[in-house]
Design a protein around this ligand. Structure first.
Ligand SMILES: Nc1ncnc2c1ncn2[C@@H]1O[C@H](COP(=O)(O)OP(=O)(O)O)[C@@H](O)[C@H]1O
Ligand SMILES: [Mg+2]
Length: 346
Protein backbone atom coordinates (compact mmCIF):
# COMPACT_ATOMS: atom_id res chain seq x y z
CA UNK A 1 0.00 0.00 0.00
CA UNK A 2 1.29 3.43 -0.94
CA UNK A 3 1.35 6.48 1.24
CA UNK A 4 -1.93 8.37 1.48
CA UNK A 5 -1.97 11.75 -0.26
CA UNK A 6 -1.44 14.76 1.96
CA UNK A 7 -4.52 16.34 0.35
CA UNK A 8 -6.71 13.55 1.72
CA UNK A 9 -5.46 14.18 5.24
CA UNK A 10 -6.04 17.90 4.76
CA UNK A 11 -9.57 17.08 3.64
CA UNK A 12 -10.16 15.09 6.83
CA UNK A 13 -8.69 17.87 8.95
CA UNK A 14 -10.90 20.48 7.34
CA UNK A 15 -13.90 18.65 8.86
CA UNK A 16 -12.48 18.81 12.40
CA UNK A 17 -14.42 21.08 14.76
CA UNK A 18 -12.42 20.24 17.87
CA UNK A 19 -9.23 18.45 18.78
CA UNK A 20 -8.59 15.15 20.45
CA UNK A 21 -5.44 13.11 20.91
CA UNK A 22 -5.38 9.35 20.38
CA UNK A 23 -2.80 6.64 20.76
CA UNK A 24 -2.42 2.92 21.23
CA UNK A 25 -2.27 1.80 24.90
CA UNK A 26 1.39 0.82 25.15
CA UNK A 27 4.91 2.36 25.20
CA UNK A 28 4.44 6.02 26.27
CA UNK A 29 0.64 6.13 26.23
CA UNK A 30 0.26 7.10 29.91
CA UNK A 31 2.51 10.10 29.38
CA UNK A 32 0.64 11.13 26.22
CA UNK A 33 -2.74 10.88 28.00
CA UNK A 34 -1.44 12.76 31.04
CA UNK A 35 -0.11 15.48 28.73
CA UNK A 36 -3.45 15.76 26.94
CA UNK A 37 -5.23 15.98 30.30
CA UNK A 38 -2.85 18.73 31.46
CA UNK A 39 -3.55 20.59 28.24
CA UNK A 40 -7.31 19.99 28.59
CA UNK A 41 -7.50 18.07 25.33
CA UNK A 42 -9.82 15.05 25.05
CA UNK A 43 -7.80 11.82 24.89
CA UNK A 44 -8.61 8.44 23.36
CA UNK A 45 -6.89 5.16 24.18
CA UNK A 46 -6.93 2.40 21.59
CA UNK A 47 -6.82 -0.63 23.83
CA UNK A 48 -7.25 -4.39 23.90
CA UNK A 49 -9.55 -5.91 26.56
CA UNK A 50 -6.71 -7.44 28.52
CA UNK A 51 -5.03 -4.05 29.05
CA UNK A 52 -8.13 -2.09 30.08
CA UNK A 53 -7.76 -2.66 33.80
CA UNK A 54 -4.20 -1.38 33.74
CA UNK A 55 -4.91 1.70 31.62
CA UNK A 56 -7.93 2.58 33.78
CA UNK A 57 -5.94 2.38 36.95
CA UNK A 58 -4.19 5.78 36.83
CA UNK A 59 -6.73 8.58 37.40
CA UNK A 60 -4.37 11.31 36.14
CA UNK A 61 -2.99 9.45 33.15
CA UNK A 62 -5.85 7.38 31.84
CA UNK A 63 -7.50 8.42 28.58
CA UNK A 64 -10.90 10.11 28.69
CA UNK A 65 -12.25 7.46 26.38
CA UNK A 66 -11.31 3.96 25.26
CA UNK A 67 -11.79 2.38 21.86
CA UNK A 68 -11.55 -1.35 22.45
CA UNK A 69 -9.98 -3.39 19.63
CA UNK A 70 -9.13 -7.07 19.17
CA UNK A 71 -5.57 -6.32 18.19
CA UNK A 72 -3.42 -3.23 18.65
CA UNK A 73 -2.54 -3.50 14.97
CA UNK A 74 -6.17 -2.65 14.08
CA UNK A 75 -6.40 1.09 14.39
CA UNK A 76 -10.12 2.06 14.27
CA UNK A 77 -9.60 4.79 11.71
CA UNK A 78 -13.23 5.80 11.16
CA UNK A 79 -14.04 6.02 14.85
CA UNK A 80 -10.99 8.21 15.32
CA UNK A 81 -11.91 10.57 12.50
CA UNK A 82 -15.46 10.75 13.86
CA UNK A 83 -13.92 11.99 17.14
CA UNK A 84 -11.71 14.64 15.48
CA UNK A 85 -8.62 12.75 16.60
CA UNK A 86 -4.96 13.28 15.84
CA UNK A 87 -2.99 10.07 16.31
CA UNK A 88 0.31 10.25 18.19
CA UNK A 89 2.59 7.46 16.97
CA UNK A 90 5.02 5.88 19.45
CA UNK A 91 7.45 2.97 19.29
CA UNK A 92 4.94 0.16 19.85
CA UNK A 93 2.48 1.83 17.55
CA UNK A 94 5.05 1.91 14.75
CA UNK A 95 5.99 -1.70 15.47
CA UNK A 96 2.41 -3.07 15.61
CA UNK A 97 0.97 -1.12 12.71
CA UNK A 98 4.04 -1.30 10.45
CA UNK A 99 3.62 -0.28 6.84
CA UNK A 100 -0.15 0.03 7.24
CA UNK A 101 0.55 3.39 8.85
CA UNK A 102 1.44 4.81 5.42
CA UNK A 103 -2.07 4.45 4.14
CA UNK A 104 -4.04 5.13 7.34
CA UNK A 105 -6.79 7.65 6.61
CA UNK A 106 -6.43 9.52 9.90
CA UNK A 107 -4.22 12.52 10.71
CA UNK A 108 -0.94 11.55 12.39
CA UNK A 109 1.07 14.05 14.46
CA UNK A 110 4.36 14.78 12.67
CA UNK A 111 5.16 13.58 9.21
CA UNK A 112 4.37 9.94 8.46
CA UNK A 113 7.17 9.95 5.87
CA UNK A 114 9.68 10.20 8.72
CA UNK A 115 8.42 6.84 9.95
CA UNK A 116 9.20 5.29 6.57
CA UNK A 117 12.78 6.41 7.13
CA UNK A 118 12.77 5.01 10.65
CA UNK A 119 11.49 1.64 9.42
CA UNK A 120 13.98 1.07 6.62
CA UNK A 121 17.61 0.73 7.75
CA UNK A 122 19.03 1.83 4.39
CA UNK A 123 16.88 4.95 4.38
CA UNK A 124 17.87 5.57 8.00
CA UNK A 125 21.57 5.41 7.12
CA UNK A 126 21.09 7.80 4.22
CA UNK A 127 19.32 10.21 6.58
CA UNK A 128 22.02 9.97 9.24
CA UNK A 129 24.66 10.42 6.55
CA UNK A 130 22.95 13.52 5.20
CA UNK A 131 22.79 14.91 8.73
CA UNK A 132 26.55 14.51 8.95
CA UNK A 133 26.37 12.20 11.97
CA UNK A 134 29.30 9.98 12.86
CA UNK A 135 27.96 6.45 12.48
CA UNK A 136 29.39 3.02 13.36
CA UNK A 137 30.77 1.17 10.34
CA UNK A 138 28.48 -1.36 8.67
CA UNK A 139 30.30 -4.56 7.68
CA UNK A 140 30.07 -7.69 5.59
CA UNK A 141 30.75 -10.97 7.45
CA UNK A 142 34.24 -11.22 5.92
CA UNK A 143 35.09 -7.74 7.23
CA UNK A 144 34.50 -8.60 10.88
CA UNK A 145 37.68 -7.91 12.77
CA UNK A 146 37.04 -7.30 16.45
CA UNK A 147 33.77 -6.66 18.24
CA UNK A 148 30.72 -6.46 16.01
CA UNK A 149 27.02 -6.22 16.90
CA UNK A 150 24.53 -8.20 14.81
CA UNK A 151 21.06 -6.71 14.48
CA UNK A 152 17.99 -8.46 13.10
CA UNK A 153 15.14 -6.68 11.29
CA UNK A 154 12.39 -4.85 13.20
CA UNK A 155 12.70 -2.73 16.35
CA UNK A 156 12.15 -5.34 19.04
CA UNK A 157 13.76 -3.33 21.80
CA UNK A 158 17.19 -4.83 21.21
CA UNK A 159 15.87 -8.35 21.70
CA UNK A 160 17.97 -11.10 20.17
CA UNK A 161 20.92 -8.92 19.11
CA UNK A 162 24.31 -10.63 19.29
CA UNK A 163 27.98 -9.84 19.56
CA UNK A 164 30.49 -11.68 17.39
CA UNK A 165 34.25 -11.29 17.10
CA UNK A 166 35.10 -13.03 13.83
CA UNK A 167 33.65 -14.16 10.53
CA UNK A 168 33.81 -17.77 11.75
CA UNK A 169 31.78 -16.95 14.84
CA UNK A 170 29.31 -15.05 12.65
CA UNK A 171 28.55 -18.05 10.44
CA UNK A 172 28.30 -20.34 13.47
CA UNK A 173 25.92 -18.12 15.43
CA UNK A 174 23.97 -16.28 12.75
CA UNK A 175 24.28 -18.31 9.56
CA UNK A 176 22.26 -17.16 6.58
CA UNK A 177 19.67 -15.14 8.55
CA UNK A 178 19.16 -11.58 7.30
CA UNK A 179 21.06 -9.28 9.63
CA UNK A 180 22.95 -6.02 9.86
CA UNK A 181 26.52 -6.19 11.13
CA UNK A 182 27.87 -3.08 12.77
CA UNK A 183 31.09 -2.08 14.48
CA UNK A 184 30.52 -2.34 18.26
CA UNK A 185 31.24 1.05 19.81
CA UNK A 186 32.61 1.05 23.33
CA UNK A 187 31.41 4.00 25.37
CA UNK A 188 28.48 5.44 27.28
CA UNK A 189 25.09 5.34 25.60
CA UNK A 190 23.08 8.56 25.67
CA UNK A 191 19.67 9.07 24.07
CA UNK A 192 18.89 12.77 23.69
CA UNK A 193 15.25 13.51 22.97
CA UNK A 194 14.19 16.60 21.13
CA UNK A 195 11.05 18.44 20.11
CA UNK A 196 10.75 20.33 16.87
CA UNK A 197 8.28 23.18 16.82
CA UNK A 198 7.15 25.57 14.11
CA UNK A 199 5.84 27.99 16.78
CA UNK A 200 8.36 28.10 19.59
CA UNK A 201 11.51 30.20 19.49
CA UNK A 202 13.31 28.26 22.18
CA UNK A 203 16.22 26.02 21.38
CA UNK A 204 18.22 26.10 18.16
CA UNK A 205 16.87 27.60 14.96
CA UNK A 206 16.36 25.11 12.14
CA UNK A 207 15.46 25.54 8.48
CA UNK A 208 11.74 25.45 9.35
CA UNK A 209 11.36 26.22 13.07
CA UNK A 210 13.20 25.53 16.31
CA UNK A 211 14.43 22.39 17.99
CA UNK A 212 14.41 22.03 21.78
CA UNK A 213 16.33 19.52 23.84
CA UNK A 214 13.78 17.87 26.15
CA UNK A 215 15.96 15.42 28.00
CA UNK A 216 18.52 12.66 27.82
CA UNK A 217 18.02 9.09 28.94
CA UNK A 218 19.77 5.80 28.96
CA UNK A 219 18.05 2.55 28.10
CA UNK A 220 18.37 0.05 30.89
CA UNK A 221 19.08 -3.22 29.14
CA UNK A 222 19.10 -6.79 30.30
CA UNK A 223 21.58 -8.21 30.75
CA UNK A 224 24.10 -5.57 29.55
CA UNK A 225 23.42 -3.37 32.55
CA UNK A 226 24.16 -5.88 35.25
CA UNK A 227 26.44 -8.34 33.51
CA UNK A 228 29.47 -7.25 35.56
CA UNK A 229 27.96 -9.14 38.51
CA UNK A 230 27.67 -12.37 36.59
CA UNK A 231 31.19 -12.00 35.21
CA UNK A 232 32.59 -11.14 38.66
CA UNK A 233 30.85 -14.23 40.00
CA UNK A 234 32.76 -16.28 37.43
CA UNK A 235 29.96 -16.63 34.88
CA UNK A 236 30.57 -16.68 31.15
CA UNK A 237 27.39 -15.05 29.90
CA UNK A 238 26.84 -13.51 26.44
CA UNK A 239 25.96 -9.81 26.40
CA UNK A 240 22.34 -8.99 25.49
CA UNK A 241 20.34 -5.80 24.98
CA UNK A 242 16.68 -6.34 25.83
CA UNK A 243 15.31 -2.99 26.98
CA UNK A 244 13.68 -3.22 30.39
CA UNK A 245 13.36 0.44 31.31
CA UNK A 246 14.92 3.88 31.04
CA UNK A 247 16.82 6.16 33.38
CA UNK A 248 17.29 9.90 33.09
CA UNK A 249 20.78 11.25 32.73
CA UNK A 250 22.43 14.63 32.48
CA UNK A 251 25.33 15.19 30.15
CA UNK A 252 28.65 16.79 30.79
CA UNK A 253 27.61 20.33 29.91
CA UNK A 254 30.37 20.79 27.34
CA UNK A 255 28.86 17.95 25.30
CA UNK A 256 25.48 19.64 25.03
CA UNK A 257 26.31 22.01 22.15
CA UNK A 258 27.23 18.99 20.04
CA UNK A 259 23.93 17.34 20.95
CA UNK A 260 22.07 20.51 19.97
CA UNK A 261 23.91 20.53 16.62
CA UNK A 262 22.97 16.88 16.09
CA UNK A 263 19.30 17.67 16.74
CA UNK A 264 19.36 20.59 14.32
CA UNK A 265 21.21 18.67 11.62
CA UNK A 266 18.71 15.81 11.84
CA UNK A 267 15.83 18.31 11.43
CA UNK A 268 17.45 20.15 8.53
CA UNK A 269 18.29 16.96 6.65
CA UNK A 270 14.76 15.66 7.25
CA UNK A 271 13.44 18.80 5.57
CA UNK A 272 15.52 18.11 2.48
CA UNK A 273 14.76 14.40 2.41
CA UNK A 274 11.06 14.24 3.15
CA UNK A 275 9.68 17.66 4.03
CA UNK A 276 10.67 17.87 7.70
CA UNK A 277 9.79 16.39 11.06
CA UNK A 278 7.51 17.80 13.73
CA UNK A 279 7.29 17.13 17.41
CA UNK A 280 9.34 14.56 19.30
CA UNK A 281 12.26 12.52 18.04
CA UNK A 282 15.40 10.96 19.46
CA UNK A 283 18.93 10.19 18.33
CA UNK A 284 20.56 7.12 19.87
CA UNK A 285 24.22 7.74 20.55
CA UNK A 286 27.31 6.31 22.18
CA UNK A 287 29.96 8.69 23.54
CA UNK A 288 33.48 7.24 23.54
CA UNK A 289 36.29 7.95 25.98
CA UNK A 290 37.64 10.52 23.48
CA UNK A 291 34.21 12.18 23.67
CA UNK A 292 33.39 11.31 20.07
CA UNK A 293 29.66 10.95 19.60
CA UNK A 294 28.51 8.04 17.43
CA UNK A 295 24.86 7.89 16.38
CA UNK A 296 23.37 4.51 15.55
CA UNK A 297 19.68 5.21 15.16
CA UNK A 298 17.05 7.93 14.85
CA UNK A 299 13.59 7.43 16.31
CA UNK A 300 11.31 9.74 14.37
CA UNK A 301 8.64 9.93 17.11
CA UNK A 302 8.29 9.94 20.90
CA UNK A 303 10.66 7.48 22.62
CA UNK A 304 10.09 5.62 25.88
CA UNK A 305 12.98 7.48 27.52
CA UNK A 306 10.68 10.51 27.77
CA UNK A 307 8.59 8.52 30.27
CA UNK A 308 11.14 9.60 32.84
CA UNK A 309 9.14 12.77 33.21
CA UNK A 310 11.67 14.89 35.03
CA UNK A 311 14.43 16.11 32.75
CA UNK A 312 16.22 19.36 33.52
CA UNK A 313 16.56 20.49 29.91
CA UNK A 314 12.81 20.78 29.34
CA UNK A 315 12.65 22.76 32.57
CA UNK A 316 15.46 25.07 31.41
CA UNK A 317 13.42 25.72 28.26
CA UNK A 318 9.96 26.14 29.77
CA UNK A 319 10.67 27.27 33.31
CA UNK A 320 8.73 24.31 34.64
CA UNK A 321 8.66 20.59 34.17
CA UNK A 322 7.09 19.84 30.79
CA UNK A 323 6.91 16.24 29.66
CA UNK A 324 7.02 15.38 25.99
CA UNK A 325 3.39 14.29 26.34
CA UNK A 326 2.43 17.75 27.59
CA UNK A 327 4.55 19.41 24.91
CA UNK A 328 2.68 17.44 22.24
CA UNK A 329 -0.67 18.66 23.56
CA UNK A 330 0.61 22.27 23.67
CA UNK A 331 1.87 22.15 20.10
CA UNK A 332 -1.31 20.59 18.73
CA UNK A 333 -3.48 23.07 20.61
CA UNK A 334 -1.53 26.02 19.27
CA UNK A 335 -1.72 24.63 15.73
CA UNK A 336 -5.45 24.05 16.09
CA UNK A 337 -5.99 27.58 17.37
CA UNK A 338 -3.93 29.07 14.55
CA UNK A 339 -5.57 26.80 11.96
CA UNK A 340 -2.16 25.35 11.13
CA UNK A 341 -2.73 21.72 12.01
CA UNK A 342 -2.08 20.70 8.43
CA UNK A 343 1.49 22.01 8.76
CA UNK A 344 2.40 19.61 11.57
CA UNK A 345 0.12 16.68 10.90
CA UNK A 346 0.26 14.14 8.08
N1 LIG B 1 27.06 0.01 17.21
C1 LIG B 1 26.79 -0.31 18.47
N2 LIG B 1 27.77 -0.45 19.38
C2 LIG B 1 27.49 -0.80 20.67
N3 LIG B 1 26.23 -1.04 21.12
C3 LIG B 1 25.21 -0.92 20.26
C4 LIG B 1 25.43 -0.55 18.90
N4 LIG B 1 24.23 -0.51 18.27
C5 LIG B 1 23.32 -0.86 19.21
N5 LIG B 1 23.88 -1.10 20.40
C6 LIG B 1 23.18 -1.55 21.63
O1 LIG B 1 22.04 -2.31 21.23
C7 LIG B 1 20.84 -1.67 21.68
C8 LIG B 1 19.74 -1.81 20.64
O2 LIG B 1 20.16 -1.29 19.39
P1 LIG B 1 19.21 -0.52 18.37
O3 LIG B 1 19.87 -0.50 17.06
O4 LIG B 1 18.82 0.77 18.96
O5 LIG B 1 17.96 -1.48 18.32
P2 LIG B 1 16.41 -1.21 18.50
O6 LIG B 1 15.93 -1.10 17.11
O7 LIG B 1 15.91 -2.38 19.24
O8 LIG B 1 16.24 0.07 19.23
C9 LIG B 1 21.26 -0.24 21.94
O9 LIG B 1 20.43 0.41 22.87
C10 LIG B 1 22.68 -0.39 22.43
O10 LIG B 1 22.72 -0.78 23.79
MG1 LIG C 1 17.15 1.77 19.16
Amino acid sequence: MGIIEKKKIEGILSGYKKLSIATVCSHSALQIFQGARQGKVHSIGICTKDRLEFYKSFPHARPDEFLVVDSLADVPVEELVARDAIVVPHGSFVEYVGEKLDGMAVPVFGNRRSLQFERDRMKMFSWMGKAGLRIPKTMKPEEINGLAIVKFPGAKGGMGYMIVKSEKEYWEKVGKKKALIQEFIVGVRAYPHYFHSIFSEAGYKTAYGHVELMGVDRRVESNAEEIARAVAAGGNVPLSFTVVGNASMVMRESLLPSFMDIGRNVCNSSKELFGGMHGPFCVETIVTEDLDIYAFEISARIVAGTNVLHHPYAEFTHGEMVSTGKRIAQELKEAFRKKKLNEIVY
